[in-house]
Design a protein around this ligand. Structure first.
Ligand SMILES: CC(C)(COP(=O)(O)OP(=O)(O)OC[C@H]1O[C@@H](n2cnc3c(N)ncnc32)[C@H](O)[C@@H]1OP(=O)(O)O)[C@@H](O)C(=O)NCCC(=O)NCCS
Length: 134
């Protein structure tokens, strides 16, 4: 196995770099420094030969009623090899063990055909996810 999955979030710098590499919305190192310690559960993927962080995923929320999966990202150079699924399996194991039966687990999907594998469904038409960028 060329990669190691660690049950911890990456550094703020790696977090920002990963999101940038995958062309996801920009987050500042300052915001990440404030945010990452508030993670309920996080995973990082390390490429063994380089020691570089090439993926991450995390869960935030109140630990009882609401859980949000966010920052699921694999560096483009390492995509398509099952790494995203590996991290999502770990996230789902955490949720299965720690989220109460009535918990509402949500995420904003940027891709079609990935999260469905773990049972996620669109909120529409019953409801519609909304957002606001400060
Ligand atoms: C989405 C992402 C995390 C998937 O990681 P990955 O390591 O490439 O995923 P896997 O190799 O485990 O893919 C498993 C399956 O998911 C599906 N899948 C993966 N990425 C997909 C994509 N971008 N679009 C559609 N389906 C996708 C495929 O069915 C794939 O099966 P296949 O390999 O038989 O084709 C990765 O593409 C990524 O970081 N994308 C950019 C950032 C992003 O959009 N993150 C999601 C934010 S909500």
């Amino acid at each position: 196995m060329d990669y190691e999955l660690r049950e911890s979030v990456p550094t703020p710098e790696s977090f920002v770099a990963l999101r940038e590499a995958a062309e996801m919305g920009t987050r500042s190192v300052e915001a990440a420094t404030q945010a990452l310690p508030n993670t309920l559960y996080g995973v990082s993927l390390l490429e063994k030969k380089s020691g570089e962080t090439v993926g991450m995923a995390r869960v935030v929320g109140d630990g009882g009623c609401y859980f949000q999966i966010c920052d699921v990202v694999v560096d483009p150079a390492h995509q398509g090899g099952g790494l995203g699924s590996w991290m999502m399996d770990a996230v789902m194991e955490f949720l299965t063990e720690n989220a109460p039966e009535t918990a509402y687990v949500n995420l904003i999907a940027d891709v079609d055909g990935f999260y469905e594998q773990w049972g996620f469904k669109p909120t529409a038409p019953e409801s519609q996810a909304m957002y606001l960028l400060m």
